[in-house]
Design a protein around this ligand. Structure first.
Ligand code: URA
Length: 219
């Protein structure tokens, strides 16, 4: 199946999903949108009020700021893929519960496998926690980690910067580092593929083993 076909299938499944209680209160599932062939995937927490109304991710105030941040990174919304760890709105915008995260996990896993991005950017604490165990966002925001052969960059949630103006400059600076990190991730993955293709009998060096990136667990 082509990436766009997998993404369409996942989207169709989320719209009729009853795997957790969030389906009771959803108006629209929000599977995610974007370029199936992008190098960078942005993963937020879960749909809010406007997203639930429209079935699209990051269309409220935080989404407007995300568009600005993407611009700071030289990226456009249409060029990347944007989704959330849970596809249905948690009532009152509460944090998704472990059971809900688990129920939605197969959808996110299929989306990641289909898009196969070089870089995953997590937006906020919940999304970061999905990929990085025991991470502290204030300590690790804007830094690159390697997990299961992929670069993960935890960012503050755009909404956090709207609520705490002091974070605004920090988030903007973190996003401005993305082009360099994407380049680094692509180079590392490319080198890793070459090593695998040329030296079948030698242990393969993981991307990031030779630089400052840190190895953390994924999922
Ligand atoms: N916040 C999120 O985490 N995701 C959205 O889609 C909107 C707001």
């Amino acid at each position: 199946m082509k990436p766009e076909e997998v993404l369409q299938e996942v989207a169709d499944q989320t719209r009729v999903c009853t795997r957790c209680k969030l389906h009771h209160s959803r108006k629209n599932a929000v599977p995610g949108v974007g370029n199936p062939y992008t190098k960078v995937m942005f993963i937020g927490e879960g749909p809010g009020f406007h997203e639930n109304e429209q079935g699209l991710p990051f269309v409220g105030a935080a989404g407007k700021f995300l568009d600005e941040l993407l611009g700071d990174a030289g990226l456009a919304r249409e060029g990347v893929f944007i989704t959330n760890v849970v596809k249905c709105r948690p009532p009152g915008n509460r944090d998704p519960e472990a059971e809900e995260l688990n129920a939605c996990k197969p959808y996110l896993e299929r989306q990641i496998a289909a898009v196969n991005p070089d870089v995953i950017v997590t937006l906020g604490r919940v999304s970061m926690g999905y990929f990085i165990d025991n991470g502290k966002i204030s300590a690790i925001h804007g830094r690159d980690f390697w997990a299961h052969g992929r670069m993960v960059v935890p960012m503050y949630h755009p909404a956090a910067a709207l609520h705490q103006p002091a974070l605004r400059g920090v988030v903007k600076e973190d996003f401005s580092k993305l082009p360099a990190l994407i380049g680094k991730a692509q180079k590392a993955r490319h080198n890793s593929v070459e090593v695998q293709e040329v030296q079948h009998d030698l242990p393969v060096q993981e991307p990031g083993d030779d630089d400052s990136a840190e190895q953390l667990s994924l999922f």
